[in-house]
Structures are given as C-alpha cells and as structure tokens.
Design a protein around this ligand. Structure first.
Ligand code: ZN
Length: 212
C-alpha cells in the first residue's frame, strides 16, 4: 500500500463497519519492521484508530526474502546465518513497542530452506523477546500454501512461546476473499498441541481472550 492510500483504507474499513453492524469488523494493519525506521512506523499509525498492529519482517537488508522473484538469493547464502539474522530482527520488532502481534513468525522457512543447525535456541530467544515486548505470536496458516507446507510458526516455536506466557492470535494472511479462514482447523490443532486453550484478539489495541 502506498502511504497516500492509507487514509482511504482506514476510511473504507470504518465505513464498512458502520454499514454492517451485524458483523464484527476490526481495523488492522500489517506493518513492516525495518530497523532504523521505527520513528517512521510509529508516525504512520499514530493518529489512526487501529484495533491492532501486526509487525512483520519481510526484508533482510534490502533482500525481499519472501518474494518469489528473489528466491534464488537463498542459493548464495549460509542458511543458518540467514535464520539467525531473521530471528534477530523479529526479536527487535517484538521489543520495539510498536506492534501488538508479530506476523508469520518463522516466515524465513517459506520456500523450504532449512538450516543445518538446531533452532531451539533461536525459538527460545524469540519467545523471551515476545514475552518481554508484550506481543502476541501470530499463528498464520499461509505457510501451508507454500513450499514449506507448514503453518507459521512451527510447533516447537509455538511451544516455546506458550512456555513463556506469550499469547497467540490466528490469521490466514488472506490475499483473496476465498482464503479468509483458510485451514483454521489446523491452526486450532497446532495451538492445542502447543498447550494453548485460548486465543487473543484486539479491540482499540486492547487484548481480549476467547476460548479455542
Ligand atoms: Zn507478511
């Protein structure tokens, strides 16, 4: 979305909510976390009535690592290092104070590139950062549509978050109306396996819980 389109987007959602009061329509945004641009991110959302802000990492330096057009760049990288860099950024995003939710938390696996090393330490580091930052982890079913064939996050990552008391929210990352709610039964299954019995949602940036 261009910056100039943001206010029209907000207006459209608020109008739809006003015209369809039989539905619960919340105003959210997925906002990139780019280190060094925290002030700009805060400014973008400052005077808009969002219910929730999802913070996501889609760039390692200027590499759009989740974009199918740049997937060949994985071939020239040390995948273990790529994972470490990615996790470092989501920890920074979590403790930035900008976001309510960290989106598709292990997106770096999207095209099926797996590190040689064990990810346990990175999962625990991230779970701790999420707890300190007071953010939710998003259980996002879009990964099932890509080469990794898994929900974001992995079960082990979600378990680490549960242990740290990090709340979880659910999303389908729908890019088309027919993807809304995609595979939510599998998201519920994963949450229960990790130990969760409730999920988080937001209204005016305030967290609420409902049972799974
Ligand atoms: Zn995203």
């Amino acid at each position: 979305m261009k910056e100039t389109e943001l206010r029209d987007y907000v207006r459209e959602i608020l109008d739809l909510a006003a015209d369809n009061r039989q539905l619960t329509i919340r105003l959210g945004i997925e906002l990139d976390y780019i280190p060094g641009y925290e002030r700009e991110a805060r400014k973008l959302i400052a005077d808009l009535p969002f219910d929730y802000i999802i913070g996501s990492v889609h760039f390692l330096d200027d590499w759009a690592f989740d974009h199918p057009g740049y997937v060949e760049q994985y071939d020239s990288q040390d995948i273990d290092q790529v994972y470490r860099s990615y996790f470092e950024l989501i920890c920074q995003a979590a403790t930035s104070g900008i976001f309510d939710i960290i989106g598709h938390p292990d997106l770096i696996k999207k095209f099926g590139h797996r590190p040689k090393g064990d990810l346990t330490a990175l999962y625990h580091q991230a779970a701790k950062a999420f707890a300190i930052g007071g953010v939710c982890i998003e259980v996002n079913t879009a990964g099932l549509r890509w080469d990794c064939g898994e929900i974001y996050p992995s079960l082990d990552f979600l378990r680490a978050c549960f242990k740290e008391g990090v709340p979880a929210s659910v999303g389908s990352d729908a890019h088309f109306p027919e993807q809304i709610g995609f595979s939510f039964d599998r998201a519920k299954e994963l949450l229960q396996l990790a130990g969760y019995s409730e999920i988080a949602s937001f209204e005016k940036r305030r967290i609420k819980f409902s049972s799974l």
